[in-house]
Design a binder for this molecule. Structure first.
Ligand code: F6P
Length: 359
């Protein structure tokens, strides 16, 4: 057997642990493992930089490292690749060239480590005949059919620690600190880190917020003598009568979400007169070492993916259904985005603790 492995979409802590587990599990079976660099693009590179032979040595000491030794891309979709024609940028389908090279290599399977975007691509390659097994990665935790994706726990840990630190400076200066966390259209990071970090207001994409309610909550705190507050907003949260904040558009990639914390901070200051400051945690949430939980999950996902290749479960993703790993169809995993259920215990806990959710 010869298997290929790639990492696609935004990086997430734990990618290297999956690569290590895939490589060691495959080598133990006497298989050959090749890493594709930069998503699928390495398959089109003629030089030796595009593909890397994965050995025991190349995956030694990487399980605890952030990022991915294979590199990744979250633009340059193979079915909508950006090329220049007559000085103009246009989107071109280069998937057939990738399929041709895949067939030429004669690999038996591809283990694709990615989130929903990478799985949408994987699903289209699977329809063209690529034998794919997926491993669910995303700090956003928005992938369906699996109880967990690796990367999320680390992102929540980083965000919680940041929120903890903001409490002391907010209180010393009697300020409202507004912190924006990642998550795209799902509020998982904001909800988990916000509740764990004792935020006073948490805004999620799942609950369109009412600025008047947020302001009333903050004013009540100040009137009661607690003259500071920490507001956690998911980057994708939006007011009930408005739209999500975005940062410009780029050809060939999904819309970039961002800018909410700065906007909220200015609004709160205008409506309350309280001093405010804002910050965006951004890619800090994706960088660095995975927590032990993400590391273990990633190693388990990688080993399970190799078992699934052995069993011929192509077109499937490894899903964590505690206590085991099970195969689920990739097309099922990308059907619906997993968002924070409003009747979940964590949301109820936030309400019971008196945290304002903007509604
Ligand atoms: O999907 C992961 C994620 O980190 C989102 O939470 C965020 O909106 C996006 O990627 C940021 O992408 P980029 O790395 O291109 O800025």
């Amino acid at each position: 057997m010869h298997i290929l492995v790639n990492t696609g979409g935004g990086d997430a802590p734990g990618l290297n642990a999956v690569i290590r587990a895939v490589t060691l599990s495959a080598l133990r079976r006497g298989w050959k493992v090749t890493g594709i660099r930069r998503g699928y693009h390495g398959l089109l590179q003629k030089d030796s930089d595009g593909l890397v032979n994965l050995t025991r040595d190349s995956v030694r000491g990487i399980a605890h490292l952030g990022g991915t030794i294979l590199g990744t891309v979250n633009k340059g979709h193979p079915f909508e690749f950006i090329t220049e024609v007559g000085g103009k940028k246009v989107l071109t389908d280069i998937s057939d060239q990738i399929m041709e090279r895949y067939r030429q290599i004669g690999a038996d399977a591809v283990i694709a480590i990615g989130g929903d975007g990478a799985f949408r691509i994987a699903n289209r390659f699977a329809q063209k005949g690529m034998k794919i097994v997926g491993v669910p990665k995303t700090i956003d935790n928005d992938l369906s059919c699996t109880q967990a994706t690796f990367g999320f726990d680390t992102a929540v840990m980083v965000a919680t620690e940041a929120i903890d630190r903001l409490h002391t400076t907010a209180e010393s200066h009697e300020r409202v600190m507004v912190v924006e966390v990642m998550g795209r259209y799902a509020g998982w990071i904001a909800m988990h880190a916000g509740v764990a970090g004792n935020a006073h207001v948490i805004l999620l994409p799942e609950i369109p917020y009412d600025m008047a309610k947020v302001v009333a909550h903050l004013k009540r705190r100040y009137t009661n003598g607690r003259r500071y507050a920490v507001v956690v907003c998911a980057e994708g949260a939006a007011p009930k009568d408005g739209t999500m904040s975005t940062i410009g558009e780029e050809l060939g990639r999904e819309i970039r979400i961002g800018g909410l914390a700065e906007h909220l901070s200015a609004e709160i200051n205008k409506l309350t007169g309280f001093e405010t400051r804002s910050l965006v945690l951004g890619h800090l949430q994706r960088g660095g070492s995975p927590t032990h939980r993400d590391r273990l999950l990633a190693l388990r996902f990688g080993a399970a993916a190799v078992r699934m290749v052995e069993e011929g479960k192509f077109g499937h993703m490894v899903a964590y259904h505690p206590p085991t790993m099970v195969p689920v169809l990739i097309e099922d995993a990308i059907k619906v985005m997993k968002t924070v259920p409003l009747d979940s215990d964590t949301v109820q806990t936030a309400r019971d603790l008196g945290i304002c959710l903007g509604d």
